[in-house]
Design a protein around this ligand. Structure first.
Ligand code: AMP
Ligand code: MG
Length: 490
C-alpha cells in the first residue's frame, strides 16, 4: 500500500497485480495524445474512487487520461493473456493498446483498476497500432455507464479524451483514450495463457491472487479453488441473466473478453435488440453467428468450460463438471427472476416461465420493440390502455390473451396499481442505448461538438426517469436505421 497525493487528493495505491512479478505483465508508458480535448466524463464513475465531481474538469485529470502524465511513483503495465477467439486458441494476446495505470483502494477498501484504453503500443500490440478511435471510445463509455444504471455488472468508464491525431481504420478517424475502471482486468484468457504455456507456478499464483482479491469468501471452503470456480460461474450466470433480460448483445464473447469477476468487459460491436429477434448477430464480422443473442448463454458455458480446463490441476474433474452442469439452470433461474421483475410479478408462481416464453414468441412474431414493450406495460394503469397494442399487431388474439393473463397475474385482487407501476418503472428503462442514438452523437463529436454525447450520457445513466423534451430518445429506432453494421474495427 502506498499513499500518494494527486490533484489535491490523498490516494491509496495498492500495486497488487504488479507484485505478482514480471511473468504477468510488461512495463509500459502511455503515448501522449496531442491536441487533447475533453469529450465526456462520469461523476458516478469518479465517485467509485471517492473522487469529487469538481475533479472532472481539472487539467491534471485531462493530462492523465491523455497519457501526458502519470501518478508519481506508479509504473503502468500491460498484462499478458491469451484466449479462445471465435472458438480457436490464440496463444498470446495481452493488452495491445491498454495500460494499467494504477490500482487504487477507495475508502471502503475496494480495489479498483485504472486502465487507459488507447494508450499506445505495448509489447502485446502484435500488428495493431495501439490506438483506440473516438467512435469506439464513445461507444464503450456510454455503454458502460448505461449497463451500470440498468444494474448489469460492468466495467465503468470515467472519461474520454479526443485528440487531433489521425488513425486509419475503414476511414481516417481521431485517436482517443478512455479511462476505464474495473474491479479486475483479469480475464479467463489470463488463466489460459499460463495453463497452455505450462507455467503452472504462475497459474497457481494467479489463482491465489484472484482468490485473495476477488473471492475471499471462498477461502474458508474445503477446496477454495473449487468454491472459486463455482463463484465465477455464479457471477457469469448473473451477468448473462442481465444481458438476456435486457436484450444486450455483447458481440465478441471470446475468452479474452470474459472478466474473471463476471463484469461486462471490452465493448466492441455490441447492440441492444430493437425488435425481439432472438438470433440477432450484432457483429458483421461474426459470419457463423457464434455470438448471436440466443447463443450467448451457451457461449458463456463454453467459455467457463475453457476456464475450467485450467483448474484441472487443483479441482477434481467431477466437481468442475458439476459446476458446469449447474450453470445453465442457474442462469435460467436468475434470468426468470429479472424477467418477473420486468413484468411486475410479485413472488414466484408455477406459470411464470410459460408466461415469459409466450410473450417472447409473440414479440418475435409481432416484431414489436423489445424494451419499449416492457415500458408500455409499466405505464398502463388499466388493461384497456394496452389492448390497442394487440389490435395493431399481427397476432392480435395471442397478444390480447397474453395481456389478460399477464394482468391477472400482475394485478391480483388487492394489489396497489401505482405500486406495480413504480416497481416496474424502476427496472424498465424509458431510454435504451440504441446504436442509432450513439451514432448521432459520434457524428457530432467528429465535428468536435461533444454536447450531444454528454447529453446522451446524462439520459442513459438515469434511464428510468423521463426528462421533458427528450421524447426522441425514448422512441424505437426507425426501421431503416436498425441493424447498424458494426465490426470489430475500433
Ligand atoms: P479486442 O477484440 O478489442 O478485444 O482485442 C483483441 C486483442 O487485440 C487484444 O489483445 C487487444 O489488446 C488487441 N488489439 C485490439 N485493437 C488493437 C490495436 N489497435 N492495437 C493494438 N492491439 C489491439
Ligand atoms: Mg478484448
Amino acid at each position: 500500500m502506498q499513499e500518494l497525493e494527486w490533484c489535491g487528493l490523498q490516494l491509496q495505491a495498492d500495486d497488487a497485480y504488479a507484485r505478482l512479478g514480471a511473468y504477468f505483465s510488461a512495463p509500459v508508458r502511455p503515448r501522449p495524445l496531442t491536441g487533447a480535448r475533453w469529450v465526456v466524463a462520469s461523476e458516478q464513475a469518479a465517485a467509485l474512487l471517492d473522487w469529487p465531481a469538481q475533479l472532472l474538469n481539472q487539467p491534471q485529470l485531462l493530462a492523465l487520461v491523455a497519457g501526458q502524465s502519470l501518478f508519481a511513483g506508479i509504473e503502468p503495465l500491460a498484462m499478458v493473456y491469451a484466449g479462445h477467439q471465435f472458438g480457436g486458441y490464440t496463444p498470446q494476446l495481452g493488452d495491445g493498446r491498454g495500460q494499467l495505470l494504477a490500482q487504487l483502494r477507495n475508502r471502503k477498501g475496494e480495489l479498483w483498476d485504472l486502465h487507459l484504453k488507447g494508450a499506445g503500443l505495448t509489447p502485446f500490440s502484435r500488428d495493431g497500432d495501439g490506438c483506440a478511435v473516438l467512435r469506439s471510445s464513445i461507444r464503450e463509455f456510454l455503454a458502460s455507464e448505461h449497463l451500470a444504471a440498468l444494474g448489469i455488472p460492468t466495467s465503468r468508464a470515467l472519461a474520454v479524451v479526443d485528440s487531433d491525431m489521425p488513425v486509419r481504420r475503414e476511414l481516417t478517424e481521431t485517436a482517443a483514450t478512455l479511462l476505464r475502471l474495473a474491479r479486475s482486468h483479469v480475464r479467463f484468457g489470463h488463466f489460459e495463457f499460463f495453463y497452455y504455456t505450462r507455467q503452472y507456478t504462475q497459474l497457481h499464483q494467479l489463482m491465489d491472487y484472484v482468490l485473495e482479491q476477488h473471492y475471499p469468501e471462498c477461502q474458508a471452503a474445503d477446496n477454495p479453488m473449487q468454491a472459486m470456480f463455482a463463484a465465477i460461474s455464479q457471477r457469469t450466470a448473473e451477468l448473462l441473466a442481465g444481458w438476456q433480460a435486457y436484450g444486450f448483445c455483447h458481440g465478441v464473447m471470446n475468452t479474452d473478453n470474459m472478466s474473471i469477476v463476471g463484469e461486462t468487459l471490452d465493448y466492441g460491436p455490441f447492440a441492444f435488440l430493437e425488435r425481439y429477434q432472438p438470433s440477432y448477430v450484432c457483429n458483421s464480422s461474426d459470419i457463423g453467428g457464434r455470438y448471436a443473442f440466443n447463443r450467448q448463454v451457451e457461449m458463456a458455458e463454453w467459455n467457463l468450460t475453457a476456464l475450467g480446463q485450467t483448474f484441472t490441476g487443483r479441482v477434481e474433474l467431477d466437481a468442475l463438471r458439476d459446476t458446469l452442469t449447474a450453470f445453465t439452470p442457474l442462469q435460467q433461474a436468475l434470468y426468470e427472476q429479472r424477467m418477473r421483475a420486468r413484468l411486475g410479478l410479485e413472488g414466484e408462481q408455477a406459470g411464470d416461465q410459460t408466461l415469459i416464453e409466450r410473450l417472447l414468441r409473440i414479440l418475435q412474431t409481432a416484431e414489436l420493440d423489445y424494451n419499449g414493450f416492457f415500458r408500455q406495460l409499466s405505464e398502463a394503469d388499466a388493461i384497456e390502455q394496452l389492448l390497442p397494442l394487440a389490435g395493431a399487431c399481427v397476432v392480435p388474439a395471442d397478444l390480447q390473451q397474453w395481456l389478460q393473463d399477464w394482468w391477472s397475474r400482475a394485478m391480483p385482487a388487492g394489489r396497489d396499481g401505482s405500486q406495480r407501476q413504480q416497481a416496474m418503472q424502476a427496472v424498465n428503462p424509458l431510454y435504451v442505448l440504441r446504436n442509432a442514438l450513439i451514432q448521432e452523437t459520434i457524428e457530432a463529436a467528429r465535428q468536435q461538438d461533444y454536447a450531444p454525447v454528454q447529453h446522451l450520457h446524462q439520459l442513459m445513466s438515469s434511464p428510468f426517469v423521463a426528462v421533458a423534451g427528450c421524447e426522441h430518445y425514448a422512441q424505437p429506432t426507425a426501421p431503416e436505421r436498425q441493424g447498424w453494421p458494426l465490426s470489430c474495427s475500433s
